[in-house]
Design a protein. Structure first.
Length: 271
């Protein structure tokens, strides 16, 4: 039986490695008052919880090229939109103590790799973010380009899930790269970590599927808390934070998930 929870026991800090923001460009995800998250909103929310460091990319960099929005506006050139969003986010994090950048790469556009290589030199950049499903490519077809790039730089890749059950052999080829498969919520996430011979696959708690009754606890039982990082994806910080804090886990497991694993993966960007 794990020890009873006491509020002071969850750990002395938390780091959210996976979040997003709106900033009013026409090709970002449509958001009304119920869902919109400007940087100012995130500042208030993270300040309320005392979460000092947050990894971000813009919603626009995720959804560009995926949808035609109600007013008919969409970005005419996907690579230009991704590069513009990366540049906007880069300037934003340089002026912030709280936020860190995920640089978005699309393997079909070499310009995004060139941009990422430069931005990865910044101590305020966590790593490379990829969205194969939203950007419209297949990770099994383009993974070698992305993972070999990250391997050469010793970089971390945060991936929106695609072909999760099949990704381990591809990641094994590039042991100097660390892969975080976002949105823990399935056996596929757990199996990918278990099948990783290189030991370079992780997951995060972001997204609605972490609400499943025992998914977090079961994942810790199977793969250990050292492979799981705290993230929100803007799915309600109070819910996401509470899901980890009140999980049926040991104090050390909670500390690993909330911040210790992030400090180990990103020693230069997070202090």
């Amino acid at each position: 039986m794990k020890e009873a929870f006491a509020m002071q026991d969850f750990g002395d800090r938390a780091i959210d490695i996976h979040s997003h923001f709106n900033h009013g460009v026409p090709f970002e995800i449509p958001s009304g008052d119920l869902h919109r998250r400007e940087i100012s909103d995130l500042e208030k929310e993270y300040g309320r919880f005392g979460i000092e460091q947050v990894g971000i990319s813009s919603f626009a960099s995720v959804y560009v090229g995926e949808k035609v929005f109600p007013d008919g506006v969409r970005c005419s050139e996907q690579k230009a939109c991704i590069c513009a969003e990366n540049l906007f986010t880069h300037h934003l994090v340089q002026a912030s103590d709280r936020f860190r950048q995920w640089v978005v790469v699309d393997p079909r556009y070499k310009e995004t790799f060139e941009q990422a290589e430069k931005m990865l030199m910044s101590p305020k950049t966590l790593g490379v973010k990829i969205h194969p499903s939203y950007h419209g490519y297949d990770i099994l077809e383009h993974g070698d380009e992305i993972f070999s790039f990250a391997h050469s730089l010793g970089a971390v890749v945060l991936m929106h899930p695609q072909h999760t059950e099949e990704i381990s052999p591809l990641a094994d080829k590039y042991p100097n790269m660390k892969l975080i498969i976002a949105h823990l919520g399935s056996m596929a996430h757990i199996n990918a970590i278990l099948r990783s011979r290189a030991g370079n696959i992780y997951t995060d708690t972001s997204g609605r599927n972490i609400s499943s009754n025992r998914i977090l606890e079961y994942a810790v039982e199977r793969v250990g808390s050292e492979r799981i990082l705290f993230g929100t994806d803007t799915y309600s910080l109070p819910f996401q934070f509470g899901r980890v804090v009140f999980a049926d886990l040991t104090k050390e497991d909670r500390k690993n998930i909330l911040y210790q694993n992030a400090l180990r993966l990103f020693p230069r960007a997070l202090k």
